[in-house]
Design a binder for this molecule. Structure first.
Ligand code: ADP
Length: 952
């Protein structure tokens, strides 16, 4: 179709190659010729310069040698020195040698002439003049010698020297000339080189112009032709087509190509139209597909609802929506006959609720028989606002039946003027069949769920913790009680609890983790028919909990499917057990010990005759031990009575401070222990059974004394805390270990250690006290530090007046003296009480003592604002002794002292001890508080320090 490129003779490439080759040859030849010419010119000039320089050097050397000859000869003549003569001959030889060199050069006629005269001189001098001169010297004939030197030899020398000078000048001139010639030549060469370059540039410009004309212009033509094709215009290539080179070829093919493009374009246009039509068709198909996809999606949703939904409401809603989407009902309702489950469309909530369950009996029967039917009714225009002509409404009734063919749910749907086709009815029937199946499934599920819930409820109401573990060890079911025991409320909601999770939990929970874990693991892993049991213990803040676990394998058709663990809280039983053994040990000890003494001593008295004093001692012991026995039995019976509720309490108003004074009094004869009272309570009225409260106080103070074997103070304190009266009994005894503190209120609970073994007891005292205090709506507790002492507190509710009212009153009365402590030393209990009441009502804290010695000890320790002293106190120490001691001791000398005595005032003694106030009994109690208040005011105004130094 196309001309092949290599066949072209006038191809652009050939032309271009030829031009470039010709240009290269021209440049090379010109450059070579120019180079050779320059080189030959330079060489001739160089040769000329060198020969000139050589001659000049030789002439210079000849001149020097000539002068040396005469210098040596004169040396010889003057001094007749043979050495000089020898050097003269050497110089002559050198001169000859230089002459020979000179003659070998290319000489001008003038130079040749000089040469000849020098040769002649040499010959003449050597052969004639020198031998003659030597002869004259040797003959010492200097006259002849001078004649000989004047004979013209010297002329020759001078002539030669002049010549040599001329010659040098000439040579310099010549060299200058040659140098100038060289410069001129170089300038000429530069000119030639420039001309040659211009010529070459011209050639190149010609070549470029040809390229432009022959290649670029046609290419431009082709480009505009291409543009013309692209924009759909016609074009003309003209002479370009006729050319016989590549561009001609290109233009040819271009024309051919454009023709074929035009033809193909028409074909393409036709195809394009066809494709557009196909695309429209495809789009329609796609829309159809999308529609069916949507339908399919809805259908899938319905299927999902039918297959998986376990909620009736969700199912009814899903089915109703699907049917509405598909069959475009105008109004519809679907509801379940039992339960309040319904959904509607196009109906108000009121109408919907009215319609639910209002299905008439005939329609119900018909639905059960036919599954679905349609009722057509005519709608008259009167009732309608828009429709002018009568039209028909089609009411569809369709049923959901259970397995025994009874109606469970119903669909009622209406279409206005749009009847249900047979195909649609068939479809709806098929669907409602499936809905019936789904309903059946939901009903079954509900039944299963109900029974499962019932099972769980039964399990949760069992007191024991139940835990069902699969064969893999995971917990599958637990009840509430177990969750409470292990304190993991979330286990009940979890589907499974992994083996390691619950085993780890038990490890942390119980006190014997390894035994319990191996029990669990064996029970899970092994097959066993009998029940296995173990026990474990949990330590909690509120105390220890003891649990017994039973493990039983569960079988399904002889295959083990898991293990049931039943956890039973046996703490109560355990404690009863413990109590039993404690009771046995107490009874055996506490009964046997006194009994053995009683028996031993009675036997002794029966069998032996004993001295009367001894007899008395024995009988006293027997009496003491018998009393101990009675106490034990009384305690035991008391507790028994209280616990069984048979104990009668005779509650009556009780002034606690009085009671406390009484108790202190009862212990006044204790040798090693000093019992005293600190009364800080403003309100002390409680409602209580006096006998029982005394029993409590006797127990507690008795314990305080009993467990302080080394003696010490026992302080009963009264104070008001939050509308209660708080009583505390503090001792300095052996104390109680911290971990036993909570247990001590249990029956028969005693601490078993060497320090206590000697101290008797039943372990019932605290239990009885707690029982009594609890019955009084109070609270009791212990604080203790081992080796330091114990404080037992109890609180009782105050009777009538609340504490805050009381406080308000005292504040209003301006008598608030909070925390200021006054000591009363008085052996008359009722007077002591009276004074104490008065002082407390003014806000003082009262420390009551009946023993002056102990009172002094306390005064050393406690900061006091005053001491009230009765003078007649006891045999050992009376009131004045106490005053003296107080005044003598630095720490207490400043405490103001009030004497309260039935004795008359003895002026000297009062002055001697600087008694601040002397009150003679009887005096009104307000007098005392007035006196104390005056002390306070005057002390604070004159700045005296009133408190004794606090002691450690
Ligand atoms: P009992 O005194 O007959 O042993 P209680 O019930 O009164 O029985 O006391 C129980 C235990 O509490 C005592 O055995 C003793 O170990 C301890 N206890 C009670 N009060 C004190 C106390 N004030 N100091 C030290 N330990 C005490």
């Amino acid at each position: 179709m196309f001309k092949s490129l290599p066949l072209l003779e006038k191809s652009i490439r050939n032309q271009f190659v030829k031009m470039v080759v010709a240009l290269t040859i021209i440049i090379c030849v010109t450059a070579l010729a120019f180079f050779l010419y320059v080189k030959s010119m330079n060489q001739s000039l160089k040769a000329e310069r060198e020969s000139l320089q050589e001659k000049a050097v030789l002439v210079e050397k000849l001149e020097a040698s000539f002068q040396d000859i005469f210098f040596r000869s004169r040396g010889y003549y003057a001094f007749q020195n043979e050495q000089e003569l020898k050097l003269l001959y050497d110089e002559l030889a050198e001169f000859e040698h230089l002459l020979l060199q000179f003659s070998a050069l290319d000489l001008t006629p003038e130079e040749r002439e000089l040469y000849n005269s020098l040769v002649e001189f040499n010959t003449n001098y050597k052969q004639k003049v020198l031998p003659k001169a030597i002869g004259f010297v040797e003959a010492n004939d200097y006259k002849s010698l001078r004649q000989l030197s004047n004979s013209g030899t010297n002329d020759l020398v001078n002539k030669f020297v002049d010549y040599a000078k001329d010659y040098k000048d000439k040579t310099d001139d010549e060299l200058n000339r040659i140098f100038k010639k060289t410069i001129k030549q170089a300038q000429q060469f530069t000119l030639y080189a420039f001309m040659i370059s211009c010529f070459i540039l011209l050639l190149m410009a010609i070549i470029m112009w040809r390229v432009l004309h022959n290649v670029i212009r046609p290419v431009e033509q082709l480009t505009s032709a291409t543009n013309a094709i692209a924009t759909g215009h016609s074009f003309e290539l003209g002479p370009l087509v006729k050319r016989e080179d590549e561009l001609g070829l290109l233009a040819d093919s271009f024309q051919f190509m454009s023709k074929s493009i035009q033809e193909k374009e028409e074909v393409l246009m036709a195809q394009n139209e066809e494709l557009t039509a196909q695309q429209v068709e495809l789009q329609e198909n796609q829309e159809q597909l999308q529609h069916s996809l949507n339908q399919q999606q809805k259908y899938n949703q319905l299927n999902h609802a039918l297959t998986f939904t376990l909620d009736k409401r969700k199912l009814v809603t899903g089915v109703h929506k699907y049917l509405n989407d598909l069959y475009s009902f105008d109004t519809s309702i679907m509801y379940v006959l039992e339960g309040n489950v319904y959904v509607s469309k196009g109906l108000s909530e009121q109408t919907t609720q009215k319609l639910v369950g209002m299905l008439d009996e005939n329609k119900r029967v018909r639905l059960e028989q036919e599954k679905s039917f349609v009722i057509t009714r005519e709608v008259t225009p009167e009732s309608q606002e828009i429709a002018k002509e009568p039209y028909y409404c089609y009411d569809l009734y369709s049923s959901v039946l259970n397995s025994s063919g009874q109606l469970v749910a119903v669909l009622i749907a209406t279409r206005e003027g749009h009847r249900f086709s047979t195909h649609e009815l068939e479809e709806i029937n098929g669907l409602m069949n499936r809905v019936s199946l789904a309903f059946e499934r939901i009903l079954m599920y509900e039944e299963v769920e109900r029974s499962r819930q019932l099972n769980q409820d039964i399990m949760d109401n069992v007191n024991e913790g139940i835990q069902f573990v699969s064969v893999t060890g995971d917990v599958i079911q637990v009840n509430e009680s177990l969750c409470q025991i292990v304190r993991c409320p979330d286990w009940i909601t979890r589907k499974t609890v992994h083996k390691h999770t619950w085993l780890d939990h038990f490890q942390l929970l119980c006190d014997q983790p390894t035994e319990l874990t191996s029990f669990f693991e064996q029970a899970i892993a092994e097959d066993f028919k009998r029940t296995r049991t173990t026990r474990y213990e949990i330590s909690r803040e509120e105390g220890h909990v003891f649990i017994e676990v039973y493990a039983t394998s569960v079988y399904e058709e002889a295959e083990k499917v898991g293990t049931v663990f039943v956890h039973r809280d046996i703490t109560k039983e355990y404690e009863v057990d413990q109590m039993k053994s404690e009771l046995v040990s107490t009874v055996s000890h506490e009964l046997r010990t006194p009994l053995s003494s009683v028996l031993g001593f009675t036997e002794l008295l029966l069998t032996k005759t004993v001295k009367p004093e001894r007899q008395k001692k024995y009988i006293e012991t027997i009496h003491k031990e018998a009393k101990r026995l009675t106490n034990l039995i009384n305690d035991f019976l008391d507790l028994q009575r209280m616990e069984s509720g048979r104990q009668q309490y005779h509650m009556q108003p009780l002034a606690f401070d009085e009671l406390a004074f009484d108790i202190v009094n009862r212990f006044r004869h204790e040798k090693h222990h000093h019992v005293h009272l600190i009364d800080q309570a403003r309100c002390v009225e409680v409602k209580a059974d006096q006998e029982r409260i005394v029993q409590v106080l006797m127990n507690l103070v008795g314990n305080a004394i009993k467990f302080s074997p080394d003696g010490g103070d026992v302080v009963i304190s009264l104070e008001n805390v939050d509308d209660t009266l708080q009583v505390s009994i503090k001792d300095e005894g052996i104390g109680i270990p911290a971990n036993d503190l909570t247990k001590l209120f249990q029956k028969f609970k005693r601490i078993d250690n060497s320090a206590r073994r000697k101290i008797g007891g039943t372990g019932l005292g605290l239990a009885i006290s707690k029982e009594i205090i609890t019955k009084h709506d109070g609270d009791i507790w212990i604080e203790s530090e081992e080796g330091q002492g114990t404080t037992i507190y109890f609180q009782l509710p105050l009777m009538n007046q609340s504490l805050s009212e009381q406080t308000m009153k005292s504040v209003e009365a301006g008598v608030e003296q909070k925390g200021l402590q006054v000591m009363i030393v008085e052996d008359d209990l009722s007077l002591g009480l009276l004074l104490s009441e008065e002082l407390k009502s003014k806000g003082f804290t009262v420390i009551y003592h009946n023993d002056p010695k102990r009172a002094f000890e306390d005064a050393l320790r406690i900061p006091l604002v005053g001491v009230v002293i009765d003078l007649m106190l006891g045999e050992e120490m009376n009131g004045w002794d106490l005053v003296q001691k107080l005044k003598e001791t630095d720490e207490t000398s400043e405490i103001p002292i009030v004497i309260s005595s039935a004795l008359d005032q003895v002026k000297e003694t009062v002055e001697k001890y600087k008694i601040d106030k002397y009150l003679t009994k009887p005096y009104p109690p307000e007098e005392l508080s007035k006196v104390l208040t005056t002390f306070l005011l005057s002390e604070s105004s004159n700045g005296n320090v009133m408190f004794p130094n606090e002691q450690e």
